[in-house]
Design a protein around this ligand. Structure first.
Ligand code: ADP
Ligand code: MG
Length: 653
């Protein structure tokens, strides 16, 4: 090896603190040959640390040039500088700068992780180095379980793991007692004898005396550069043993680093469990709320629609009145039996049943209650999809003969015949002053037919007109449309026909398709509102994640500095924090989904037949949303960490 490994030419480093400018290094020139052991001494503030930071590519000169093994550092980008720190330099700090959440062995492995070396190889190297440095039995210990001397050995092992050529030690014995300091110096001397370049910053003359060359700084300038007579320049080790072993290229390396980032994120979360949980809580609540509200909405819409379809498709009902809710509808007497007869003759009509209604009291053996009396045609039950629970329905001859046969509903049966084996079939009840014989009971239907608390009974409409209302006007005409005719065409035809007959449009037509459409569009509006609220709540959750990640970054600035010093790229730091944010929010998302599913199951048990269900699609969407929140809101804090200045980060304690 011929040229110097380190060559500074008129390097200047200025700091601006407020209005004043501090010159930390003043046009300093220096060259160091491979295999030298150099001590840099000088009083406090003379620029030693600044020099070391520039040598280690943690900092850049304000002016002047710095060449490492002939390469001009000014021409290298951030990643190339990180690579230099990773492969060529080994840092040893006064306060060791080990990461407290990791074991000694894991600390040693960090530079190898960033170099992309496989896990097995890393572990073997770390074990070997720790053993060699006399702390082989402490690999599993946390830094705070080790003495200062042991911690410093661990940090030397970390500096060695990628086979560094140049060791940069800033007061490596400054925090140690004499004996431990002596041991650390011995190790550094050994490394020197192996041919490595050692640069030690110290203000201890005894320490400096161990080096072959002593450079003294004052006010950023070299005031003396002495070589001891005994100075040795060790022969650099043969290239084979010195060559750093690069890890697997590309894919495998990137994947390995991602795995390490995930592990680190888990470690960080485990170290702040409560905080991680509280951060997740926003996401958990957001995702759980969104998932359950969407599922509930879907279930209730499905239920309402199925109730409607139990009313029968292809039916339309004509009511008197200019509009729905027309207050005078009851007084409009223009919808008459003649209309029903006329409609019955149309080819597209499969069935017609006029309806009339009134209310009266019903009496049976001294019991009395209010009842809605429905006068209907014999096909009414079929059109409405009503099911017979007991007895029979009345037929066309009963309608024709104005018979006093009555079909009661389930409420009426319960009110009067709760304990009666016959369910009232064959008994005579009094509707107002009219005695009628019960012929059948119709079953209660979910949602649709007779689901409320009122009592309803059904008689032939002819009987109701003759015995109760006394006129021929109708409450409505219920039409069943032939299956091969579209409801809307039929509705148009009915409208035309009735408008001709009445010579005015004094009726309204209700069809189940319209109701279905109205309900669908209402639930869609609701779903949209819910989605809007959901988005807001998730944004709030995301801001929570961002907030905590910013706290986490500023808490771990010195960790970030250490990682950068041992060779982490910006992308490595970015990845680590991004993975942490993403993990927090996707774990929160999974918890939220689980809560929603449990809630849905509870509702299904409590309300049978409601049918809350979660499709794999919606579960997947919820999970992706939570992951996306982590990535989206974690990016800004992670980027902030990645673009920290390594020197500034390192000096934070
Ligand atoms: P030493 O390590 O020899 O004690 P330093 O290299 O730390 O000295 O500092 C040299 C000079 O540069 C000091 O006057 C110090 O105040 C100044 N200095 C170092 N770092 C900064 C900084 N980040 N901002 C402003 N001034 C700095
Ligand atoms: Mg210093």
């Amino acid at each position: 090896m011929t040229g110097p490994i380190i060559a500074l030419d008129k390097v200047r480093r200025e700091f601006t603190a407020g209005d004043t400018k501090v010159v930390a290094l003043d046009d300093l020139s220096l060259s160091i040959a491979p295999g030298e052991m150099v001590a840099i001494i000088g009083s406090s503030g003379s620029g030693k640390s600044t020099l070391l930071n520039i040598l280690g590519c943690l900092d850049r000169p304000s002016s002047g040039s710095y060449r490492v093994a002939g390469k001009n550092v000014a021409e290298l980008d951030a990643d190339a500088l990180a690579a230099l720190r990773r492969e060529h330099f080994g840092f040893i700090f006064q306060r060791y700068h080990l990461l407290g959440d990791l074991s000694a062995a894991a600390n040693v492995e960090i530079p190898a992780v960033y170099a992309g070396i496989g896990a097995r190889e890393r572990r073997l190297r770390a074990e070997a180095l720790l053993t060699r440095l006399g702390v082989g039995d402490r690999g599993g210990h946390r830094p705070n379980q080790l003495s200062g001397g042991q911690q410093q050995r661990v940090s030397i092992a970390r500096a060695l793991i990628n086979g560094a050529e140049v060791f940069l030690a800033d007061e490596p014995t400054g925090a140690l007692d004499r004996r431990s300091g002596e041991e650390v110096l011995k190790i550094l001397e050994e490394l020197h004898l192996e041919g490595r370049t050692i640069i030690i910053v110290t203000h201890d003359d005894d320490v400096a005396a161990r080096a072959g060359r002593i450079i003294e700084l004052r006010d950023g300038r070299i005031v003396s550069d002495r070589r001891a007579e005994t100075a040795t320049v060790s022969e650099p080790p043969p290239v084979t043993s010195r060559t750093t072993q690069h890890g697997d290229a590309g894919w495998a390396s990137a994947l390995g680093r991602l795995r390490e980032a995930s592990r680190m994120a888990l470690v960080a979360m485990a170290a702040h469990r409560l905080r991680a949980f509280l951060t997740m809580l926003g996401i958990i609540i957001g995702i759980a709320a969104v998932s359950s509200v969407v599922a509930l909405g879907n279930a209730s819409q499905r239920k309402v629609l199925s109730d409607i379809s139990s009313l029968g498709t292809n039916t339309i009902e004509v009511f008197p009145g200019k509009d729905f809710g027309d207050a005078r509808a009851g007084k409009i007497k223009t919808l008459v039996l003649g209309d029903a007869r006329a409609l019955e003759r149309q080819a597209f009509i499969a069935g017609v049943t006029p309806t009339v209604s009134t209310s009266t009291t019903v009496r049976y053996r001294g019991n009395e209650s209010n009842v809605l009396v429905n006068g209907v045609g014999e096909s009414y039950f079929l059109v409405k999809g009503a099911k017979l629970a007991k007895g029979r329905l009345f037929g066309s001859e009963a309608v024709h003969n104005i018979e006093r046969q009555v079909v009661i509903d389930e409420n009426t049966r319960k009110t009067f015949f709760a304990d009666d084996q016959t369910a009232g079939i064959g008994r005579i009840i009094w509707l107002g002053k009219v005695p009628c014989r019960i012929v059948g009971v119709i079953a209660q239907q979910q949602g649709g037919f007779g689901s409320n608390q009122n009592l309803s009974v059904y008689l032939p409409y002819t009987t109701v007109q003759a015995q109760f209302t006394g006129d021929s006007s109708l409450r409505s005409v219920l039409l069943r449309i032939s299956d091969d005719v579209s409801t809307s065409l039929a509705q148009d035809a009915v409208t035309t026909l009735l408008t001709q007959r009445h010579s005015t449009r004094d009726f309204v037509i209700l069809n189940t398709d319209d109701i279905r459409r109205t309900i669908t569009s209402t639930t869609q509006t609701l779903a949209f509102l819910v989605a809007a609220i959901a988005v807001i709540s998730l944004i709030v959750g995301g801001i929570g994640v961002m907030n905590i990640m910013l706290v986490s970054v500023s808490e771990r600035i010195s960790e970030i500095g250490v990682r950068m010093a041992v060779g982490a790229r910006r992308s490595d730091i970015l990845q680590q924090f991004l993975v942490e944010a993403t993990l927090i929010s996707s774990i929160g998302g999974i918890a939220g989904i689980l809560i929603a599913v449990l809630l849905g199951t509870a509702i299904n048990i409590a309300i049978p037949g409601f049918g809350v269900s979660y499709s794999p699609f919606s579960i997947g969407a919820a999970f992706l949303t939570s992951t996306g929140i982590g990535i989206g809101f974690g990016f800004f804090p992670a980027r902030r960490a990645a673009f920290l200045d390594p020197v500034v980060a390192l000096s934070r304690d």
